[in-house]
Design a protein around this ligand. Structure first.
Ligand code: MD5
Ligand code: FE
Length: 203
C-alpha cells in the first residue's frame, strides 16, 4: 500500500520487507568496512544515533561542521560502494512515489538503540534539493516527527515500521523532521535496534 503523507511525500508500507535478508547481508558487509560510530555535532554533543555511510560520499559531522566527505574520517579510506541491491531498491521506491530517474550517490545509515533520538532538523547539505530523499526503515518501529517549513510548526507523529519506505520530495524535501526516542523491543532480524537507510543525491 501507498499512503500520501504530504505534498511530495509518500509512505510505501512494507515495500522493502521482501528484501530484508539481502539488505541485512549487504549492511553487514558495509559495517565490516566502515563501522558505526557516534559522531560529534559542531556544538560538541555526541549523537545518540550511530552512523556510517556507503556511496561516493558520506555525511559526517565533527567540530568543523556538517558535510559530505568522499573519505571516511575514521578509516581514512573511501566509503564502501552502494550495493546493487540498495541502488535498485531506492530507484524502485522513488519511481513508485513519482520520482523516476532517481540515482542516489550516497546512503547515510543510521542505527538507533533504545533511548536514541534525532532532534528536529532539515537536510540541507546536499547540492541539489530537486532530488528526493528515500528512507528505508528496518528493525524496531519508531515514531517519526514530520514538521513543516518552520522549526516552530508542530510535528505530526508517523509510525514507521520494519520494511516501510518514506520518499521525501517536492515541498517536503526541506521540511523539519526528527525521530522520537526509540522504545525497547526485539526484532527477529535486527534485534534491539532500528536501522534507517537514507538515500541521497548529495553531489
Ligand atoms: C531516520 N533520518 O529515520 C531519518 C530518515 C537523517 C534523518 O532524518 O537526516 O538522517 S530521513 C527523513 C527525511 C529526510 C528528508 C526530509 C524529510 C525527512 N522530511 O521532509 O520529513 O533516521
Ligand atoms: Fe534528516
Amino acid at each position: 500500500p501507498r499512503e500520501p503523507l504530504a505534498e511530495g511525500a509518500v509512505l510505501l508500507v512494507r515495500f522493502a520487507k521482501s528484501m530484508e535478508m539481502e539488505l541485512a547481508a549487504a549492511l553487514d558487509a558495509i559495517i565490516g568496512a566502515a563501522p558505526f560510530r557516534h559522531m560529534m555535532t559542531p556544538g560538541g554533543f555526541r549523537m545518540s544515533v550511530a552512523m556510517t555511510n556507503c556511496g561516493q560520499a558520506g555525511w559526517v559531522t565533527d567540530a568543523r561542521g556538517y558535510r559530505y566527505d568522499p573519505i571516511d574520517p575514521e578509516t581514512g579510506r573511501p566509503w564502501p560502494p552502494l550495493p546493487p541491491s540498495f541502488l535498485d531498491l531506492a530507484a524502485r521506491a522513488a519511481k513508485e512515489a513519482g520520482y523516476g530517474g532517481f540515482v542516489p550517490d550516497s546512503c547515510l545509515i543510521n542505527r538507533y538503540e533504545p533511548g536514541s533520538r534525532l532532534s528536529l532538523h532539515q537536510d540541507r547539505n546536499e547540492r541539489d534539493f530537486s532530488a528526493p530523499i528515500v528512507s528505508v526503515s528496518l528493525g524496531l518501529p519508531a515514531t517519526f516527527l514530520f514538521g513543516g517549513a518552520q522549526r516552530s510548526d508542530r510535528p505530526r507523529r508517523i509510525r514507521l515500521e520494519h520494511g516501510d519506505i518514506a520518499v521525501w520530495g517536492g515541498p517536503s524535501r526541506l521540511a523539519f523532521h526528527g525521530v522520537a526516542q526509540l522504545e525497547d523491543g526485539h526484532h527477529p532480524i535486527f534485534g534491539g535496534r532500528r536501522i534507517n537507510l537514507t538515500f541521497r543525491k548529495a553531489l
